[in-house]
Design a binder for this molecule. Sequence first.
Ligand SMILES: Cc1cc2nc3c(=O)[nH]c(=O)nc-3n(C[C@H](O)[C@H](O)[C@H](O)COP(=O)(O)OP(=O)(O)OC[C@H]3O[C@@H](n4cnc5c(N)ncnc54)[C@H](O)[C@@H]3O)c2cc1C
Length: 307
Amino acid sequence: MRKVIVIGSGCAGNTAAIYTARANLQPLVIGGHEPGGQLSLTTLVENFPGFPDGIDGPVLVEHMKQQAIRFGAEYVHGQVIDADLSGRPFRINIDGQWEEAATLIIASGASARWIGLETEQKLIGHGVSSCATCDGFFYREKKIMVVGGGDSAMEEAIFLTRFGTEVAVVHRRDEFRASKIMLDRARANPKIRWVTRTVVDEVMDVAKGVVTAVRLRNLDTGESWMRDVDGLFVAIGHIPNTKVFRGQLETDADGYIVSKGGARTSVTGVFHAGDVQDRVYRQAVTAAGAGCMAAIEAERFLEAQGH
Ligand SMILES: Cc1cc2nc3c(=O)[nH]c(=O)nc-3n(C[C@H](O)[C@H](O)[C@H](O)COP(=O)(O)OP(=O)(O)OC[C@H]3O[C@@H](n4cnc5c(N)ncnc54)[C@H](O)[C@@H]3O)c2cc1C
C-alpha cells in the first residue's frame, strides 16, 4: 500500500509530489491524459514568480517533476479509470491495475472547453487561449476576440479591453447566460464589439503557426466572412476532471470538488489540490500553492494515523 497517491501531474500534483516526497512519503504520481497538465499546452509563462524573463510552460512543469523525482516521487503514465473511496485504504484503478493508498491527493485539474476545431487545437498557445489573466498581456494594441456568452466570457472580455485595441465577443445566441450585472458592465465598455448569432468555423493561420484571422458564420443567414484577429480567447467553460469520483465525493453542480476547509474533501484522508476545486483563480501559482496545502494536510493526517 502506498502512503500517498497523487492524481495528476500539473502544477498542483507536482507541487504536492515535491512536498510529500520531501516528507519522505514516496508519493506515486499518476500522469493522466495530459502529463504536465494545462501548462504543457502553452508557451511563455510570464506570471509564475521566480522567472524574471518568463519560462516556457512545458519546461516549468518538467522542472517541477524533476524536483519531485529528486526527493523520491515515482511517476507513472496512465489514467485513473475507477476509484473506491468507501473505506481506507482507498483503491484506485490505473488503466486496469488497482493500487491502494492511505491518502489520496486529487489534482486532476479542470480542462478548458474548446470550440472543437482542428485549427483551433493547432494554435493553442500561439494566439488561441482559454485564460485572459494568463495571456492578455501578450495582446497589447492587438485585435482580440472572445468566444462565449457566460459570466467568464464577459469577465475575460472586460479584462482584455485593458490590452486590445478592440475586443469582439462572438456568441452563438442573442441572449446571454451571463448575469445582468456582468452583461451591463460589458455592454457599457466602448471597446467591446458584439457579434451574435455567429460561430467560429476556422482559425487562421496554421501554416504560419500563429493566429491572424478567423472565419465566422452567421447562423441565420449562413453568410461566412473573415475577421482579422491576433488573439482568440475561448471562454465557454471548464470541465473538472472528477468523473471517476462522482457519487463518492461531494462535488458541486458543475463537478468541482467541494472543499471542506483547507485541502479537505468530504472524504477523510482524500485531499484536493488546484483547478479541480478552484473555479475562481485557476492559475499555475495558486494550483502550486494548493498542492503544497494538500501535501501538508496529507502528511499530518498520516502522522495522526500513525503511518
Ligand atoms: C493555454 C493555457 C495557458 C495558461 N497559461 C497560464 C499562465 O501563463 N500562467 C498561469 O498562472 N496559469 C496559466 N494557465 C492556467 C494553469 O495552467 C492552470 O491553472 C494550472 O495548470 C492548474 O494546475 P492543476 O495541476 O490544478 O491542473 P492541470 O494543469 O489541469 O493538471 C491536471 C492533471 O491531472 C491529470 N488528470 C486528469 N484526469 C486524470 C485521471 N482521471 N487520472 C489521472 N490523471 C488525471 C492530467 O493529465 C493533468 O496532468 C494556462 C492554462 C492554459 C490552458
